[in-house]
Design a protein around this ligand. Structure first.
Ligand code: CO
Length: 134
């Protein structure tokens, strides 16, 4: 059911330093920072040949990643995103198998203007999983 790895999201305490690390030390192509107020994050997109890394930093007062950064002050992998062809079919299949969908279970428009859902990390090997309809 899941397709390509769309991205790995890493929360970072210092977006400028993290961008420099990926650009200068690792030699990757990186974007300018993009503020996404509805999502409470500022993102730098790291383009790799086969996928993307998203460097996330809290934006605004009530960022959903503020707590993560408090618990992980030096940052860490926040979630991985897999592509699916049909997000409602994917959700229904997962729920039928007992997996927990976060929130109200309805897809939201994600950072790439495509429908996304998040799955409970306790049901997926301790990893927060995002599904995006590609
Ligand atoms: Co994501």
């Amino acid at each position: 059911m899941i397709g390509k790895l769309n991205h790995v999201a890493i929360v970072v305490p210092d977006l400028t330093a993290a961008t420099a690390l990926y650009r200068d030390t690792l030699g990757a192509a990186v974007s300018q920072p993009v503020d996404l107020p509805p999502h409470g994050v500022t993102v730098v997109f790291v383009e790799l040949p086969n996928t993307k890394i998203e460097l996330l930093h809290p934006f605004g007062e009530s960022s959903p990643i503020a707590g993560f950064l408090q618990k992980n002050p030096s940052g860490g992998i926040h979630h991985i995103c897999y592509e699916v062809d049909d997000i409602l079919a994917a959700r229904d299949r997962l729920k039928a198998q007992g997996a927990r969908v976060l929130g109200d279970g309805e897809p939201k428009i994600g950072a790439h203007d495509k429908p996304v859902l998040f799955l409970h990390p306790k049901d997926f090997c301790g990893t927060l999983v995002e599904l995006e309809q590609a």
